[in-house]
Design a protein around this ligand. Structure first.
Ligand SMILES: NC(=O)C1=CN([C@@H]2O[C@H](COP(=O)(O)OP(=O)(O)OC[C@H]3O[C@@H](n4cnc5c(N)ncnc54)[C@H](O)[C@@H]3O)[C@@H](O)[C@H]2O)C=CC1
Ligand SMILES: O=C(O)CCC(=O)C(=O)O
Length: 531
């Protein structure tokens, strides 16, 4: 497994990947074309905000399984193109929020008290202070646009400065406003009443040019503006004019619509806003603290390692976002569903033209789509060559011509919850069922036989005639190959008829051993499943 890292991330993240046996190539400063030329060799790509991971680059990444954004905003990654290609996109949604909030506060003080300008003046030998008479935050109104994680941290800090804090965010509950003691206002009110406007939205089609000439015209004269979110949310040309006209007294921008190359010491970069003395510009520094960089690097490294090892990304943006507690709750179900798909395909090695999945009892409705994807992923991994994952398993199943039917019922017999999968092949209909209890998935129905076993890494699945001596003979052959049987489940429906054995074994059995097992008198079928 190989990972390409195109921007500097903390060494702690790189070490996590290497410790997992993953090869890491750190190639900082490559051009778009250079990345496209080499990305085909890599299983994962890690970027910050400067690498534009567009459709062309994604298409070149034919082996990519995961694209990781070491930070919050994913506007530099074409998530739709990645999803189409079955590539998981992850970000680090929490690691740098404190850093971004603190920089915002720093920028606010900078433009209320002219700190950067005063420092530059002193450096040049001019210590006159009459040029730098600022204004206080105390008892002024701060308007926050985008009351998400960073917006809320900024609100708390501004309240501590004695400001009245109002916010505009149509997608946030009233409960959150109450919790932070922030007034919920509409966009017009925010524009009209704020002495300070600070932006904390993502860059989306809706927020692009959110603040343009029309909005500047509605603002209080002398308003101060901070953008530590994304360039393009404020129209830069209109901001320039609003400053020139005296509507905006000062602005601080950590982000610009077209950002310069952050790796070059000197470059030809022109932006009229840089000519204005009352504008403070920083080179997208919001996440640049030691703590934040370690946080995001460690977070994405763990995610990348998990995905490359076939596990689940907690912060996948092209999967529904599960909160941590939700993920802990859903994980055993996901693992169980995936194991069911794997067990069926390895036991039967037959194409299932129809897979019906019934969710019974206490299974959260919102989970089931992901459980279905997990089951299909498990099934498809053994039958299609393409990289299959939670993102593309449904599409691939459809392409394979598998009819997938999902349904729900409250009835789950003696179990609190149950997943039943009915696989229809050309020859038969086979059922597997599982349940989760004590956070552990267990198979309870194995093709019509009552069982109770936890799906494990290596399993021997045997069908035999129910007669004495079978267990001993099987144990002897497996033992001959130096493999230990950890657990064994035996089940029959009627004495002397067919029976099944499901053995958890400590390692993979060679084909030769499987052939020997098949040759035992009374054995009808032997397969080994690897989960
Ligand atoms: N300068 C820097 O280095 C950094 C910048 N950021 C930027 O900050 C942004 C916010 O980060 P978080 O607070 O963690 O994200 P978040 O997702 O927790 O919050 C964003 C908020 O914006 C709101 N929003 C979306 N569209 C809106 C609209 N049209 N009007 C009003 N509100 C709207 C959402 O409802 C949400 O509550 C990120 O998207 C990223 O672009 C994040 C980290 C560092
Ligand atoms: O320093 C970086 O990588 C940019 C951080 C950022 O803008 C984000 O996390 O959204």
């Amino acid at each position: 497994m190989k990972v390409l890292v195109t921007e500097r991330i903390a060494k702690e993240g790189i070490e996590i990947l290497k410790d997992e046996g993953i090869e890491v190539d750190e190639k900082v400063g490559l051009s778009h074309q250079e990345i496209c030329n080499i990305i085909g060799d890599y299983d994962a790509l890690i970027v910050r905000s400067a690498t534009k991971v567009n459709e062309e680059m994604i298409k070149c990444g034919r082996n990519l399984k995961v694209i990781a954004r070491a930070g919050v905003g994913i506007d530099n990654v074409d998530v739709e193109a990645a999803t189409k290609q079955g590539i998981i996109v992850v970000n680090a949604p929490d690691g740098n929020i404190m850093a971004a909030a603190e920089l915002t506060i720093g920028l606010i003080f900078s433009i209320f008290r002219y700190i950067p300008q005063a420092y530059m003046s002193c450096k040049q030998g001019d210590f006159r202070r009459n040029k730098f008479k600022g204004v206080e935050l105390y008892e002024k109104t701060a308007g926050i646009i985008g009351f998400g994680k960073i917006g809320a941290l900024v609100a708390e800090r501004l309240k501590a400065c004695g400001m009245r804090v109002i916010a505009y965010d149509p997608y946030v509950s009233d409960e959150k406003f109450r919790k932070y003691g922030v007034e919920k206002v509409d966009f017009e009110t925010l524009l009209k009443e704020s002495d300070l406007i600070t932006i904390h939205t993502p860059k989306t089609a809706e927020t692009y040019n959110l603040i343009s000439e029309k909005e500047f015209r509605k603002m209080k004269k002398g308003v101060r503006i901070v953008n530590c979110a994304r360039g393009g949310v404020i129209n830069e040309k209109d901001l320039y004019n609003a400053i020139k006209e005296g509507i905006v007294a000062a602005a601080a921008l950590d982000v610009l619509e077209k950002e310069p190359n952050f790796e070059l010491e000197k470059q030809d970069y022109h932006n009229p806003l840089l000519e204005l003395d009352n504008v403070v510009i920083t080179p997208h520094l919001g996440a640049s603290t030691q703590e934040a960089q370690v946080n995001v690097a460690v977070s994405v490294a763990k995610e990348v390692a998990a995905v490359l090892k076939g596990g689940i990304a907690k912060n996948a943006v092209n999967l529904p976002a599960f909160e941590k507690e939700k993920l802990d709750e859903i994980l055993p179900y996901l693992e169980l569903a995936e194991a069911m798909g794997k067990i069926f395909i390895q036991a039967e090695r037959a194409f299932a033209k129809k897979i019906e999945i019934v969710y019974s009892g206490q299974i959260d409705e919102k989970m089931t789509t992901w459980l279905t994807r997990a089951l299909l992923k498990g099934y498809l991994e053994f039958s299609v060559q393409d990289t299959v994952n939670y993102v593309n398993s449904q599409v691939l199943a459809q392409e394979q011509g598998i009819e997938v039917i999902e349904s729900r019922t409250q009835e789950s017999g003696k179990f609190k919850n149950m997943i039943t999968a009915r696989f229809t092949t050309d020859e038969k209909v086979l059922e597997l069922a599982g349940t989760v209890y004590n956070n552990e998935g267990r198979i309870i129905d194995f093709f019509g036989y009552k069982v109770d076993f936890k799906p494990e890494k290596y399993m021997l699945l045997i069908q035999n005639i129910d007669k004495p001596g079978m267990i001993g003979r099987i144990g002897t052959i497996v033992g001959e190959y130096g493999i230990n049987i950890a657990t064994m489940q035996v089940s029959r429906n009627k004495k002397g008829e067919k029976a099944v054995m499901v053995c958890e074994i400590d390692g993979a059995l060679p084909d030769e051993a499987l052939e020997k097992l098949k040759a035992i008198d009374g054995i009808l079928r032997v397969t080994m499943a690897k989960l």
